[in-house]
Design a protein around this ligand. Structure first.
Ligand SMILES: [Cu+2]
Length: 284
């Protein structure tokens, strides 16, 4: 069976598995400092772009946000030409509230100012929110994640740290399992999500979302790291391609604690965000 790996990189929290030939996307992590020189990893030291929020304005129910991407070393604005496309987009924004329940994946648009990008969104919770920019700078060709607080004036929320391995969204059930029941910091593990419909039948009609059958994003409880990974196996290349019912992926959590995972999938033309909660134990 052909296994193209799609990968992970988490900084701090997650690490990456040894790379297989054919890995096509590096996803990022933050916060890594001691993970080594594997080119799949990125870390704060390797980050060359920073993000700042320059404007937030309420327009009816929505909030218009403008962010600025600048080069860390000389403060020069980052234009689209300075970024490579990763999964069909040059700028992925991952936004999460501090209870880790309201996740948004947004692609901002350019504005007439170089380096300034904007989007509209509506937070579902009256809480604090952090924005992670997931970028692939031309300069380094290494994916990097940088974070900025979007909303920070609210009372700090509690995180429900209970593990949950099954979620039902829009009538579809998603069951998460790992080859080892105990998830240990530092140990790579193979995970699997199985999708079934209301009748319990396997769902084989996962549609491509940004050139993958799923985008699995994980946030650590301390809000210091993020992971963005994709299922292994052949990725969709055209609109009519379909995947499922199994999505297999590798995860290597680097730190103990709670991680909230969201699988973003598309079924019947509708994008679903499927939450899971996992707890990572410290290495004995
Ligand atoms: Cu993705």
């Amino acid at each position: 069976m052909l296994k193209l790996m799609s990968y992970t990189i988490l900084v701090g929290l997650f690490g990456s598995l040894p790379l297989q030939a054919g890995s096509r996307h590096n996803h990022l992590a933050m916060n890594t400092s001691k993970i080594g020189n594997d080119h799949q990893f990125t870390s704060k030291e390797h980050a060359v772009i920073k993000v700042s929020v320059i404007k937030q304005e309420n327009i009816h129910e929505k909030t218009l946000v403008q962010i600025k991407l600048t080069r860390i070393k000389d403060d020069q604005p980052i234009a689209l030409n300075d970024l490579k496309e990763a999964h069909t987009q040059k700028v992925h924004l991952l936004i999460i509230d501090d209870s880790l329940t309201d996740y948004h994946h947004i692609h901002p648009e350019t504005t007439n100012k170089v380096g300034v990008y904007q989007f509209e969104w509506t937070p579902k919770i009256n809480g604090n929110y952090r924005l992670w920019a997931d970028l692939l700078p031309v300069e380094t060709n290494q994916q990097q994640y940088v974070a900025v607080d979007l909303i920070k004036d609210k009372k700090v929320a509690e995180i429900d740290k209970a593990s949950f391995m099954q979620s039902t969204v829009e009538g579809y059930t998603f069951k998460l399992s790992f080859e080892n029941e105990n998830l240990i910091a530092g140990n790579p593990v193979m995970g699997k999500i199985i999708v079934t419909n209301e009748k319990g039948e396997p769902v084989k009609t996962l549609e491509p979302v940004m050139a993958a059958y799923a985008h699995i994003v994980g946030f650590s409880e301390n809000q210091q790291s993020v992971v963005h990974l994709h299922p292994m196996g052949t990725e969709p290349t055209k609109k009519a391609d379909r995947g499922g019912p199994e999505l297999e992926f590798h995860l290597q959590p680097m730190s103990p604690g709670f991680i909230k995972l969201f699988a973003q999938v598309k079924i019947n033309g509708k994008e679903l965000f499927v939450p899971f909660g996992i707890n990572i134990k410290a290495k004995a």
